[in-house]
Structures are given as structure tokens and as C-alpha cells.
Design a protein. Structure first.
Length: 286
């Protein structure tokens, strides 16, 4: 988002209601249309998708994008003229996950707990602020299972804001490769690794398929969705070094497809985190 777009009139379209899986697939379907923001929220176990744009939102365009989903248009409005990026930052409260203290740039001058590992994230246009259960669980898994003495080469697939790579770097990782198929996520990631002073430990690149599969890694984390995790599973397992750790997330606990696929490829399940319908799996390659 630019200064011009966030301070001008903003149009909102609210769509609902979805199941938890469909909500995130709807976000992916609408993302390609270049709207200012596409996000989802849950209320009473029903999920809603909000589209914000600096031009009127064409409902026919949305209908074309969401043809295979069942949904309804709840409302479509022109919102008041305020700085939406500033408001987004104001609503981003600091989060504590294990030893990590995650905060936005607007809190940079505030006191940070001395006993916490600080991570500053500007994620207005990329996924990953620590609020979502999958990111929360991945941070817990990284803190628990990453060992800087054993895990020398790290891979972060679908890095989003690069929050997981930054967390691993602050836990002692020195050789991290982070990738995402979204150019905006790569841009935001490169900003965040500089802000957190770990750019010398993390390399970020935009990947189209499985370019990471040309080497092996001791520790891999992938917080994406079930379908891509399954489609690239053989490449991921091939890229995991012997005795390496693999952290997978981005799917609900009632979906066993990812778990079954990676078990069938010979990995051992070490631990499972469940939070608010979402699950994170930790595998080991023996």
C-alpha cells in the first residue's frame, strides 16, 4: 500500500459465511485481483472475508472469482476517509509467544520486556504477525525443536513476512533460506530482516515451484496450506537431511491428509500442536 491509497476513500465488501478452509482459499482466489487488502475473521465459528480497495469493488468480478464457493454478499460500503495503514498498525497489539515478543513499527520506541526475544514485524501486506494460530504454533515448535548446534542449514517455505526465519535467526540460526511465491512477501521479508538486524543470516528469494530441492536442510518449516504441502511433499522430504526436523502448518486438525502423506514418505511424527481448529506437525527424518 502507498500513502496515497491508505489516506483516500476506501471501499469495503464483506462476504460470508464460510467454513474455515474455504475462507483461506477465498483469500487466495481474490488475492490475484490486486485489491488493497483481502482478509478473514471468525465470529461464532463462522468465517467472513473482507475486501478493501481504493476503487469501487465490482461484485461481478468477485462472483467470477468465487464461482465454486457458496457465499453471500453481506454488505458493500464506501468507508470513511482515514489512514487505513495507520489504523492497521494501531490494531496490531504486541504478542507474546513463548520467549518471543512480537510488535509493530508503531511500538518501536516502547519498552520491550528484558526477558523476551524481540521481533518487529511490519506485515500490512504479507502474512505473518504471530496472531494466527498456525504462526503461533510454528513459533512454539521452532523454539522447542530448533537446535543451533545441530541445525546448520534452515529452509522457510512460504515465508510471508519472514517472521519464522527471523525467530530462528534470533535463536542462533546462521544459514537460513526463505522463499515465497509472492513478490510482495519477498519485498516485505527483506524489509523485516533488515529491521531486525538479521539480514546477514537470511537469504530471501521468490520461488515458482520447488527450486529449494537442489540441496538439503537440517531444519525446514512450511506454514502454507494442505494442498501445496502435499503436492511438493516428495521435494520437501528429499530436501530434509537425515535426522532433520520438519515443521508443517496451515491446515485444520480434522484434515489428516498432510499427516498421512508425510508419514507414508517415511518421516516420524514427533509432536503435534493444536490451537483453535488449526494444527502444526513436527516430523523427523530418520
Amino acid at each position: 500500500m502507498t500513502k496515497d491509497t491508505v489516506e483516500n476513500v476506501v471501499y469495503q465488501c464483506l462476504i460470508g459465511d464460510f467454513g474455515i478452509k474455504d475462507a483461506f482459499e477465498v483469500i487466495d482466489a481474490l488475492y490475484e485481483y490486486g485489491y488493497m487488502s483481502v482478509s478473514c475473521a471468525e465470529k461464532n465459528r463462522h468465517w467472513f472475508v473482507e475486501v478493501l480497495n481504493d476503487e469501487p469493488i465490482n461484485e461481478l468480478e468477485i462472483k467470477a472469482a468465487l464461482g465454486r464457493f457458496r457465499y453471500s454478499f453481506i454488505k458493500s460500503d464506501k468507508l470513511e476517509n482515514i489512514n487505513w495503514l495507520k489504523k492497521c498498525f494501531e490494531n496490531f497489539k504486541p504478542i507474546t509467544v513463548g520467549s518471543f515478543y512480537i510488535y509493530g513499527p508503531h511500538l518501536r520506541k516502547h519498552d520491550i520486556p528484558a526477558n523476551k526475544i524481540p521481533i518487529e514485524i511490519a506485515a500490512a501486506t504479507a502474512f505473518g504477525t504471530g496472531e494466527h494460530p498456525t504462526t503461533h504454533n510454528c513459533l512454539r515448535a521452532c523454539e522447542t525443536f530448533f537446535d543451533y548446534r545441530k541445525h546448520k542449514s534452515i529452509l522457510d517455505i512460504g515465508c510471508g513476512s519472514c517472521i519464522l526465519s527471523i525467530a530462528l535467526a534470533k535463536l542462533g540460526a546462521r544459514n537460513i533460506t526463505a522463499c515465497d511465491n509472492d513478490a510482495e512477501a519477498v519485498r516485505v521479508s527483506n524489509e523485516n530482516i533488515v529491521i531486525n538486524k538479521v539480514a546477514h543470516r537470511i537469504s530471501v528469494f521468490q520461488n515458482e515451484t520447488c527450486e529449494f530441492a537442489n540441496k538439503t536442510y537440517d531444519f525446514i518449516v512450511a506454514n502454507i496450506l494442505a494442498e501445496p504441502l502435499i503436492s511438493m511433499s516428495e521435494y520437501v522430504v528429499k530436501s530434509l537431511a537425515d535426522n532433520g526436523i520438519l515443521v508443517l502448518s496451515g491446515f485444520t486438525y480434522d484434515d489428516s491428509s498432510v499427516r498421512n502423506k508425510y508419514l507414508s514418505l517415511g518421516l516420524q511424527l514427533k509432536f503435534q500442536y493444536d490451537l483453535k481448529e488449526w494444527t502444526t506437525l513436527v516430523f523427523e527424518k530418520r
